[in-house]
Design a protein around this ligand. Structure first.
Ligand code: IPM
Ligand code: MN
Length: 361
């Protein structure tokens, strides 16, 4: 019997469906090459789900994800839903699925392919060899804290509460140290401990957890300093671990070192091997349906899924190499091309990567 895996596909909004098509194309080829079976079930999330089901995260979607080995997500959001109330915004679907699946560690690699070093807006000598893994806490902090609106002395006032428990901090910090062990053994924990109480707790938990990892070096860095250092001297970083909002911002910043956010994958993990994989970029409604979006972030997210959730390491390595070869050979989608004429379409980029994958090994 072939090995079988259940995978939920969540195309979502904007360019989501078209980039997801490229991932599925690749998965069909992995099946053939590895002699495995992927059972794909397509479900709705985000604006697509709001339109069809009246909620950004239908029960059925969450239930199917809970039964699956892994989830692949395209992107959510678009101007159509921008004026909706908070509970009926596409983004709410993302937050709810993260919480609902308890995937608290968001891994966002910022890795610069040698072929791409001239695309970065920073100097080549600054970005050459950059390889950072941002580990962002994903299910706690200010994005999930109590929110209030009230009128105080005739003034409208809004509050967002930022809280963390020790346990919430410890589990994501442990993941970061484990990941560092498979990389360069160096963790930078980012906080704002000179001002925030939640950061002071964060720092003390990091100091405690670090005792279990004497082989891993670590340092604390304030978030404002880190924002600066990422641009000034990005090669100093290996693993960066931080709370939800800081991680949201710093991971976008780090992604720009590599030239295009269209290249970067992410994995969101809990305690086991289950994970949700999605490109770091958004739904890009301005170019949706035009077959010009860059599918590389989604394809690399698929490779992360093969590696972390399905244990198909060889296939994951081969996909990574295929992407590298295709970039090396100069194939570019519009976001990374030097001219519009030179650019290939979404599906051409997908086809080239699949072809290169088939030749590996
Ligand atoms: C991301 C996105 C989301 C986040 C939004 C859309 C809720 O920006 O995945 O980084 O902030 O987590
Ligand atoms: Mn973000």
């Amino acid at each position: 019997m072939d090995k079988e895996f259940q995978i939920v596909i969540l195309p979502g909004d904007g360019i989501g469906p078209e980039i997801m098509e490229e991932a599925v194309k690749l998965l069909r080829n992995v099946e053939e090459k590895e002699g495995v079976r992927f059972h794909l079930s397509y479900e709705r999330i985000g604006g697509d789900a709001i339109d069809h089901d009246g909620t950004p995260l239908p029960e059925q979607t969450l239930n199917r994800c809970r039964e699956a080995d892994a989830v692949l997500l395209g992107a959510v959001g678009g101007p159509k839903w921008d004026d909706n109330p908070p509970e009926l915004r596409p983004e709410k679907g993302l937050l709810a699925i993260r919480k609902g699946l308890d995937i608290f560690a968001n891994l966002r690699p910022a890795f610069l392919y040698d072929a791409m070093k001239s695309v970065s807006s920073l100097k080549e000598e600054v970005v050459r060899g950059v390889d950072i893994m941002v580990v962002r806490e994903l299910t706690g902090g200010i994005y999930f804290g109590e929110k209030t609106r009230e009128t105080v002395n005739g003034q409208e006032m809004a509050t967002d509460k930022l809280s963390y428990t020790e346990q919430e901090i410890e589990r994501v910090v442990r993941q970061a140290f484990e990941i560092a062990r498979k990389r360069k053994n160096f963790v930078t924990s980012v906080d704002k401990a000179n001002v925030l109480e939640s950061s002071r707790l964060w720092r003390s938990v990091v100091d405690r957890v670090a005792k279990d990892y004497p082989d891993v070096q670590y340092q604390h860095m304030l978030v404002d300093a880190c924002a600066m250092e990422i641009i000034r001297s990005p090669r100093q970083f290996d693993v960066i671990v931080t709370e939800n909002m800081f991680g949201d911002i710093l991971s976008d910043e780090a992604s720009m070192l590599t030239g295009s956010i269209g290249m970067l994958p992410s994995a969101s993990m809990g305690d086991g091997t289950f994970g949700l994989y999605e490109p770091v970029h958004g739904s890009a409604p301005d170019i949706a349906g035009e077959n010009i979006a860059n599918p590389v972030a989604t394809i690399l997210s698929t490779a992360m899924m093969l590696r972390y959730s399905l244990g198909l390491t060889r296939a994951a390595d081969e996909v990574d190499r295929a992407v590298e070869e295709v970039l090396q050979s100069g194939v570019r989608t519009m976001d990374i091309a030097e001219s519009r004429e030179q650019a290939v379409t979404t599906s051409e980029m997908g086809d080239q990567i699949v072809a290169a994958y088939r030749k590996q090994g």
